[in-house]
Design a binder for this molecule. Structure first.
Ligand code: SF4
Ligand code: ZN
Length: 305
């Protein structure tokens, strides 16, 4: 009979292919929480007294992240607030927004829901009707960052925490590598700090946890999450890369960890070579920090006019 490697409980909920470790529900939950705290300490992601803004979509990653950070909040180590972005993707985003609101009601922390429509006058669905669009995820990423950064300043947050997991990080590394985008590659990491004080540092406490284990954590803790995938995700390059990594992981269960570890070493070696020399000015149109006269969000909006 298979029993939990830590406590001997016979109700095993996970067998880790990469290490052979077996864990019961309680030991698994504790193990994930400890792993996240370990990443936070190792990478110096959070300091006592930080006000952390969680980018809360209602999906498993951000809900699990909020759940784990809430423990630090209860212990008065950090202050906590959250933002939910409504991109305007019909049949998909509304459920996530409702789930996010439900969590916030229970936890009673400050929260803002901000839509693309109110910020830019367009939903993502409307943008995608434009025949000259640049691809859903391009707009989504730029517009979302623009909103989150603003909300972070409104909340006086000192860190922005996102739910990026090990799969997301590995995909980003491989995508940029395969596209030869080495400068972008150097921007991937557990913490992004900009020279401009108008940008709040971004942190990824879940970057060493595989997506599957985050999903299992949400189930084990009985957290309400939005499991549906974005309807635009299938068409993206990221979707193709994700499939390749998943297929490879079947016979090589440590491949995502080794990709991340290898990349973290390469990054140290190349980061000085690609140090950004950007001088941040304020965008002439919206006033957000930008390395050009007009920021990317405003450039896209002009194109879409
Ligand atoms: Fe936005 Fe969907 Fe692309 Fe994610 S997959 S970046 S939600 S369009
Ligand atoms: Zn702008």
């Amino acid at each position: 009979m298979e029993v939990c490697t830590k406590c001997g409980n016979s109700k095993v909920i996970i067998k880790r292919k990469q290490s052979g470790q077996l864990l019961c529900k309680d030991c698994f939950i504790e193990n994930i929480q400890k792993k996240v705290i370990k990443t936070i300490k190792k990478e110096n992601l959070i300091e006592k007294g930080d006000k952390v803004l969680v980018a809360l979509s209602g999906g498993k990653d951000s809900v699990a992240l909020l759940d784990i950070l809430y423990d630090l909040y209860k212990r008065r180590i950090i202050d906590l607030c959250a933002v939910t972005i409504d991109e305007g993707i019909s049949g998909y985003r509304n459920d996530g927004v409702e789930i996010a609101k439900n969590h916030i009601k229970k936890l009673a922390i400050p929260h803002k829901v901000v839509s693309f429509k109110e910020s830019f006058g367009l939903t993502l669905d409307e943008i995608m009707k434009n025949p000259n669009h640049r691809g859903s995820c391009t707009y989504c990423g730029v517009f979302r960052r623009w909103i989150i950064n603003r909300v972070a300043r409104e909340f006086n947050a000192t860190k922005i925490a996102t739910g990026h997991n090990l799969d997301d990080e590995t995909q980003a590394i491989l995508m940029n590598y395969l596209e030869g985008n080495i400068e972008n590659l150097t921007k991937i990491g557990p913490k992004t700090v900009s020279k401009s004080k108008l940008f709040t540092p971004k942190i990824k406490p879940l970057r060493e946890i595989p997506e599957k284990e985050i999903a299992l954590y949400a189930i084990a803790k009985d957290l309400e999450v939005h499991f549906a995938g974005c309807p635009y995700a299938q068409t993206s390059f990221r979707g193709e890369i994700s499939k390749i990594i998943k297929d490879l992981s079947e016979n090589h269960p440590t491949i995502m960890y080794s990709t991340l570890r290898g990349f973290d070493k390469i990054k140290i070696a190349i980061k000085d070579k690609y140090k950004s020399e950007y001088k941040f000015e304020k965008c002439e149109i919206c006033g957000e920090p930008s390395s050009n006269e007009i920021c990317r969000a405003c450039t896209f909006l002009k194109e879409l006019e």
